[in-house]
Ligand binder design. Sequence first.
Ligand SMILES: [Zn+2]
Length: 138
Amino acid sequence: MGAHISIPMYQRAVPQRYRLIGQRCLKCGRVNFPPKAVCKYCLTGSEFENVQLSGRGTIYSYTIIAGGGAPPEFAEDARCKGSYPVVLVELEEGPRIIAQLVNPPGEGISIGMPVEAVFRRIYEEEGVIRYGFKFRLV
Ligand SMILES: [Zn+2]
């Protein structure tokens, strides 16, 4: 099979990464995303239930990434636009996640702006199109 990418293995990763499935710790009740073996909040809980995250949240922090040195999933956009904003979003369920902001406002980004997750094609690798989430202002 050589270096052929394993589609079944790739698909197994889909629920958490692409459908925003978090896991609620049965011990402390907080939601981990991405899923962990041990709860990152109480550091002892290891039993979880899946929860569908809403994808809604607010901007907790942000940075502007200049072209060059971008991680591979952002490299294509960096080539096209030169620089782009990356936001740290606090989801309404509690987890904080980093993603690109797809519609930055001309007047600049402010902490606390409401956003929602959108699903976009991020990059293509060995013929497989990878999807992931970004955020947009609402
Ligand atoms: Zn916990």
